[in-house]
Each structure stands twice: as C-alpha cells, then as structure tokens.
Design a protein around this ligand. Sequence first.
Ligand code: 0WE
Length: 257
Amino acid sequence: MIHLAGKFGLVTGIANKRSISWAIAKALARDGARLGLTYQGERLLENVQELAAELDRPLILPCDVTSDEQIAEVYRTIEREFGGLDYLVHGTAFAPREELARPFVETSREGFRVALDVSAYSLIALSRGAAPMMAARGGGSILTLTYLGAERVFTNYNVMGVAKAALESSVRYLADGLGPQNIRVNAISAGPIKTLAASGISGFSGILQVYRDRSPLRRNIDIDEVGETGRFLLGPESSAITGEIVMVDAGYHAMGM
Ligand code: 0WE
C-alpha cells in the first residue's frame, strides 16, 4: 500500500531504534510518505543517520525544541526541500532525572520549567510552525505521545505527569485552533515500553509486570502497535478524529481493581 505517496512528515523525538517516534516514522514511510527526522544534540546524530539510511531520501535536521530559532530553521529547510508538510509527529519529552527520583513535593521550579517547556510547550511551537504549510495543502495531521501518568499517579513519574497533563490539554486547544484549517491534533497514550526514555527508571520492569498482570489483554504492548495506531491517526482513515487521546495500552486504563 502506498496511500501516503506524495505526503511529507516531520518526526521529532527519535533517539534510537527503540524510540516510539521511530516506529511511527517507519509505519509512515512504509505507506509512502517522505520524512524529515530531527535529532537533539550531536550525540544522537549518528543514531538518527543510521536509522535514516532505511528511508527514501529523508531529511535529517537538528532541533532543540527549546530554541525558537532552531524550530524556525527546521521549517525553512522543510519548505525549501519538500515544499510542503502534511504530518507532524511530536515525540519529545524530558524532565531532569532528579525530578523522577524524589518526592513530588520537592519538585524544583527549574525542573518544572524544563519539563513543561520541553515536553508540552514544544508541541505548541512546532504546531505553529507546521500549520501554514499544512493549511496551504488543504490540511494536515499532528500527533503527540503521552502517558496515563497525566491522569493517574504513578510513583516517581512526578513532574512528567504534570507536563503530560498540560500536553493533553494542549492537544484539545490546538485541535480547536487549527481545526478550521483542516488540521487535526491527536495523542497516543501508550502503555509502558522499554525505550531509552524508560531505561534507568528504577522500578520500570515492575510497571511492565503490573500491566502484564492486570490489563484486559494480560500483556504488554509492542512498539509497532503504537506505530500502526500513529499511522492511522495521521492518515486519511481518521479524518473525523481530532482533539483525542487514544489509549494504546492493552486496556490497562479501563481497570479499577
Ligand atoms: O514519559 C515517559 C518517560 C519520559 C522521561 C524519561 C526520562 C529518563 C531520563 C522524561 N525525562 C527523563 N529524563 C531523564 O533524565 N514514560 C512514559 C516512561 C516512564 O517513565 C517513568 C515511568 C514511565 C512509565 C518514570 C517513573 C515512573 C514511571
């Protein structure tokens, strides 16, 4: 199937082959879309270059999402090289490590600022840059990644939960603001997956075990299941879905006890 032939997408948040953003990028590319991949910091450039080798004529662009200038440069390059944009995948999140390891009440002002800036404000800034090019093509689709920790307490998720709550609310406000230009904005709330972002989080294998024990499907989710849902939410099959948070978590969220 090549029903995304002639479509262009921008993907942020790829760190390595286990990144959820990369699973979504692969699903888009498989259906024929051309992609721009951003990387954060020189240390991740090599990883992204290696992955990009699997794609057809990708763009590889530096983007620290806390820099308005770098975001502007990304869109100038997309405009010049692709001449348009249809999809944005926002897979960026970060909180300073110490904020995920101490009591929430100890959250620092700076840790809060960084977590909300990188993980939530960045969706607004990237959407603002993408919207004119999407509108010029009659519409577009924006997708971000969130976690149930936005709605419920997960020990140590802490300020990331607050950032994801802000992100999910931003999905709804952006959906309203950009809807008149036929630009849709959605999020996938994925169950826990062993990515770089999850590595080194103490107790992470315990979280995987709880989902395996208690979710309706009694298993963890595969990263390619998120990739496929991402492709669905970006592509034409979901043309009436916007402002939505889609749970891809083996049903875990539905359970009380
Ligand atoms: O959103 C996330 C993780 C995001 C994340 C991870 C790190 C680790 C390295 C953000 N910032 C950092 N900063 C670092 O320095 N997840 C959904 C995965 C995750 O992280 C947790 C979880 C789950 C699930 C942290 C505590 C408890 C559960």
